[in-house]
Write a protein of this length. Structure first.
Length: 268
């Protein structure tokens, strides 16, 4: 069994070395790490060149989903993982995943993750919610991409990542996968999702995220009640978040580590 780990990256030179080292230290023989960089002008390329084992490319792309698709075309492994350049795996994660994939009936696996808030230095253990098509349409925020692994053939059969989506290429993929097979939930901490100021997920892109999720749900003929509920929830989330920011700026509230509640491209 061979793993292919795909890392999309752009201007993440300060984090990418930790990402690479976390994959390299997994201690399994059959493993390739593919880094698809969007043409970064920082130290990223210099770092990539210093690791001869990597498969990598650095060129302009059409976004994160396009980068992931490039990586999938380069992949030769049986099992595919996706870890963004500012996130990283925990020790022994791939060995735990490999044990489950020894069962040929298992098509994808989702493990638990920890959330690291760079601003506060806090780590928050997060249990990945059970995934099904019904659960996804009721709450798209349950996507935890960093701890997910897929059989390559299963990923290809579902169509891989869709570059039409800037924010929710993970949610879009998971809806298609969940309609084919329910994932196995692995109750082990596998990866760390870093919250940092330059990532896409956050209040600034919340409306775009909501619109993209709505597109996916309508395409998949989700219950209209669920779609309406989602939009109300997201508007309320935006209002609460905006109010919190204003209170922090006014010195009336102390910033605490946020909850890992936003779905859709939770990395760079």
């Amino acid at each position: 069994m061979k793993f292919s780990i795909i890392t999309p990256s752009f201007a993440q030179g300060q984090y990418v070395r930790q990402n690479i080292e976390s994959v390299l230290s997994q201690g399994i023989g059959e493993l390739e790490h593919i880094v698809v960089d969007g043409g970064s002008k920082d130290e990223t390329v210099e770092i990539l060149r210093s690791y001869p084992h990597l498969k990598w490319v650095s060129e302009k792309d059409e976004g994160q989903a396009d980068a992931l698709s490039k990586g999938l075309r380069m992949a030769t492994g049986d099992i595919v993982g996706w870890i963004n350049s500012d996130d990283y795996y925990l020790e022994g994660a791939l060995k735990k995943v490999a044990e489950l994939f020894a069962d040929p009936a298992i098509q994808w696996v989702i493990g638990d993750i920890s959330v690291f808030d760079e601003a506060s230095g806090e780590f928050i253990a997060s249990t990945s919610p059970e995934i099904s098509w019904d659960a996804l349409q009721r709450n798209p925020d349950i996507v935890r991409q960093q701890g997910a692994f897929f059989r390559r053939d299963f990923l290809l059969q579902a169509g891989g990542w869709n570059k039409e989506f800037y924010m929710v290429m993970d949610f879009d993929l998971w809806t298609r996968l969940a309609k084919r097979s329910k994932p196995v939930m692995l109750r082990e901490q596998l990866a760390v999702f870093r919250i940092q100021k330059n990532q896409k997920s956050g209040l600034a892109n919340l409306h775009r995220q909501t619109n993209e999720i709505t597109r996916v749900l309508k395409r998949e003929k989700a219950d209209p009640v669920n779609i309406l509920g989602l939009r109300i929830k997201k508007e309320w989330q935006w209002l609460k978040g905006t109010t919190k920011v204003q209170l922090i700026r006014a010195g009336l509230l102390t910033k605490k580590a946020p909850s890992p509640s936003l779905s859709g491209s939770q990395g760079s």
